[in-house]
Write a protein that binds this ligand. Structure first.
Ligand code: EPZ
Length: 433
């Protein structure tokens, strides 16, 4: 088992480069299934979710070849299999994009439902299935699989109004509609940068998708997608995570290879909190040497403040003077990580989807256990800012979404190392209970 050892209490200085966006990559890789030819995807992040999804494509018969660590060639001309087994699907939630891709291309899909999410609450996919049914597919859930069949072998265009703004449903229905017959209109869609990136990828392969990034997406179905090449956008959340680290630790770091527009909501919030942020072409120079100011954060769909940044911001607000409130309007219970922060001396009260944070002078290092991807990243930030040594376990969560996180943090002065420890023996609980 791997754990991170962090010596906190030091400001961060230097420069780092942001990788390709995880939440774009985990949708674009399944989208490659729809291309009857070879496609080259550049700026792909080296993270475990990408490796898992490429493995699923190979199990389906795709040819996958890395041209270099950040560029992969995928050829799905001849697929032998259209069933994604539970063993694969459960390890990466984004495997559900295989549903839209396979159903769109072949008129049928048989994909195991992903397991429970790694943060509180359920993660339903009713809106995904609503979209598939609207496009003329019969959809059944049997023995943990979603089995979908398009009547007549090809989906037919439809108008769909999503009951809830959903990134996953927006992307999955867009995938399915790409090769459907006619003009599909999807309303009340999500507008995150990674949705625009998936639409741009599909259009670069010959699709006809309009309006991604607005409230209405129109897709004129085409007969097939040819090959091509595409480069994934930089990761808004990875960049925001490192910005939050500088805010919490102090110092000055140049964060390179970003799209400043995507960072607007995070930049605005950190500036409010006393962080200096200067835009220089495709980089942001982030500095903090004064005290942090309290702030309230409401996580809502893009272009609002992203829910995937609320744990990281909580780590910063623990050190801000005054009382701050975080409300997550996207996920009903995404504050499990606050229990770990309390062990470092943080003063936080949680009530459902709301957290009240009383800033403290300092946090102290502790033993921490990551409980999901962004919570793990937030614990890294808290540990780097805390006085003393912290140990973080369950770091596989962090490595799902952050490429070379140790290398990047060390390049800006973070005192962190990764150590292998023997798997812990399960603790025997005495019958006395
Ligand atoms: C994507 O998850 C991201 N994951 C999540 O990031 C992110 O937190 C989320 O979007 C919101 O931005 C990927 O892109 C792989 P949703 P997704 O469908 O698509 C409800 C990370 O840290 N809903 O936008 O699963 C749902 O319960 C991960 O990178 C339905 O009710 O999120 C939630 O309350 C964690 N029915 C809300 O909508 C549905 O059919 C938003 O969910 C679908 C969703």
């Amino acid at each position: 088992m791997t754990k991170y050892i962090v010596e906190g209490g030091n400001p961060l200085y230097g420069e780092l480069h942001i990788s390709g966006a995880k939440n774009a990559a985990v949708a674009i890789i399944p989208a490659a299934l729809m291309v009857s030819g070879s496609c080259r995807i550049e700026n792909i992040p080296q993270i475990s979710d990408v490796k898992l999804l490429l493995g699923i494509l190979q199990d389906l018969g795709a040819k996958v070849r890395f041209i270099n660590p950040h560029a992969v060639e995928i050829d799905c001309s001849r697929l032998q299999n259209r069933r994604v087994p539970y063993e694969s699907a459960r390890r990466c939630r984004a495997s559900y994009y295989m549903l839209g891709a396979l159903l769109g291309r072949f008129g049928s899909a048989d994909v195991a439902l992903p397991g429970g999410c790694d943060f509180g609450g359920t993660r339903p996919i009713d809106q995904h299935l609503k979209g598939f049914r609207a496009l003329g597919a019969s959809v059944d859930t049997q023995s943990g699989f979603v089995i979908a069949e398009a009547a007549g072998g090809r989906l037919k265009a439809s108008s769909i109004f999503l009951d809830k703004v959903s990134v996953g449903a927006t992307i999955n229905i867009m995938l399915a509609a790409t090769l459907a017959e006619g003009l599909t209109v999807i309303e009340n869609v999500a507008k995150e940068p990674h949705i625009v990136d998936v639409a741009n990828f599909l259009n670069s392969m010959g699709a006809n998708i309009m309006g991604a990034g607005t409230d209405v997406i129109k897709i004129r179905g085409v007969e097939h997608l040819r090959g091509g090449s595409y480069s994934i956008i930089p990761d808004q959340i990875e960049a925001g995570t490192y910005m939050a680290a500088v805010a919490a630790c102090g110092g000055q770091v140049k964060i390179c290879n970003i799209i400043p527009k995507h960072m607007d909501c995070i930049t605005a919030k950190l500036s409010e909190m006393g962080v200096e942020i200067q835009e220089i072409d495709d980089s942001l120079l982030v500095s903090r040497d004064g005290s942090l100011v309290r702030s309230n954060i409401k996580a809502i769909p893009y272009p609002g403040f992203p829910t995937d940044m609320q744990p990281q911001m909580a780590a910063v607000l623990c050190l801000a003077q005054g009382t701050s409130i975080i409300t997550d309007s996207v996920w009903s219970s995404r504050f499990r990580y606050t229990d770990e922060f309390k062990r470092m001396g943080a003063q936080i009260q949680v009530d459902g989807n709301l957290a009240i944070i009383e800033g403290v002078e300092r946090l102290t290092g502790a033993q921490l256990e990551a409980c999901d991807l962004r919570a793990g990243a937030a614990m890294l930030i808290a540990a780097l800012a805390a006085h003393g040594i912290s140990e973080i376990t369950n770091v596989q969560y962090i490595e799902r979404g952050y490429e070379d996180v140790i290398g990047k943090l060390r390049s800006i002065g973070g005192r962190i190392k990764s150590v292998e420890v023997p798997e812990e023996e399960p603790v025997a609980v005495s019958s006395a209970g």
